[in-house]
Design a protein around this ligand. Structure first.
Ligand code: ATP
Length: 257
């Protein structure tokens, strides 16, 4: 199955500062990889580099062995979706029109939406729980509603790879669980999903593998039990963590020493 993203020796400098250095990561079909790390650790920069939006100063990113930098933007856009953090849309499109933009890589310019396009839009809106927002201008939505509409846009293109930057930020606990379960289902169905997260408990429960970044380098990588250790969390975030189970689920309590 295709969808193997591989980065080796990635280095990125922004504004004259080294933001990522010597980063080796891979994500493949069936994986929901959680990207963790404190503010400024380099998660967004890594996701942008993995999406082809940020050219690295050193190292390379390949998709199924082919350099991302050599792939044409339309081909890449059909295979990979990047969901930025921040949830902004200044354009008063109705929700379904914003989701429809996710079909652009599959359409010929100026063509009408096909039956297949409409079905993909409807299904993406159903999966993200935003069918009830049809007809609503996105400039009038709440932050969490808009976040789910933007996720629907990314899913409407049915990409093999989804790179999402803090997709649960601003969502209520129920919708956080829904979105994480949706991403886990995509991975279980053969998709490749990489997601930046700040919620350690959600990361431990849903991700198949975790990558912990600190100051632009990889501090730890592997299963949740191997990555979310008190030592790693102290080193990365300066917090004291207790990792245990509550109601049969992983639970992580943190304090600032
Ligand atoms: N355009 C830029 N010019 C200069 N420095 C930048 C630029 N963009 C990001 N940085 C710096 O790069 C570092 C990594 O930023 P990045 O956004 O990748 O971190 P992050 O891990 O996603 O953080 P957060 O959890 O706060 O979203 C930060 O120190 C940031 O200040």
């Amino acid at each position: 199955m295709s969808g193997l993203l591989h980065a080796t020796g990635l280095a990125v400098s922004l504004g004259g500062r080294s933001v990522l250095s010597g980063v080796d990561v891979a994500a493949g079909p069936g994986e929901l990889v959680g990207l963790l790390g404190p503010n400024g650790a380099g998660k967004t920069t890594l996701l942008r580099a993995l999406s082809g939006l940020q050219a690295p100063q050193a190292g390379a990113v390949t998709l199924d062995g082919a350099p991302l930098a050599a792939m044409s933007p339309p081909v890449l856009a059909r295979r990979l979706a990047y969901l930025a953090s921040g949830n902004e849309c200044q354009w008063p499109l109705v929700a379904e029109a914003l989701v429809a933009l996710g079909r652009l890589p599959h359409r010929t310019p100026w063509s009408r939406l096909s039956v297949e396009d409409m079905a993909a839009i409807e299904s993406a809106m159903r999966f993200t729980g935003v069918l009830g927002l049809v007809g609503r201008p996105v400039t009038q939505l709440s932050g969490g509603e808009l976040a789910r509409v933007l996720l629907a846009r990314a899913l409407a293109g049915d990409p093999e790879l989804l790179l999402a930057d803090e997709p649960v930020a601003g969502l209520d606990p129920g919708h956080q669980l829904d979105v994480m379960a949706l991403l886990a289902r995509r991975a279980a169905g053969g998709g490749t999903v990489v997601v930046a997260l700040h919620d350690l408990t959600l990361a431990a429960r849903f991700c198949t593998r975790l990558i912990l970044l600190s100051e632009g380098t990889l501090l730890a990588e592997g299963a949740a039990e191997a990555v979310l250790t008190p030592e790693n969390l102290r080193a990365a975030y300066g917090i004291e963590a207790t990792v245990g189970t509550l109601g049969g689920q992983v639970a992580i309590a943190v304090t600032r020493p």
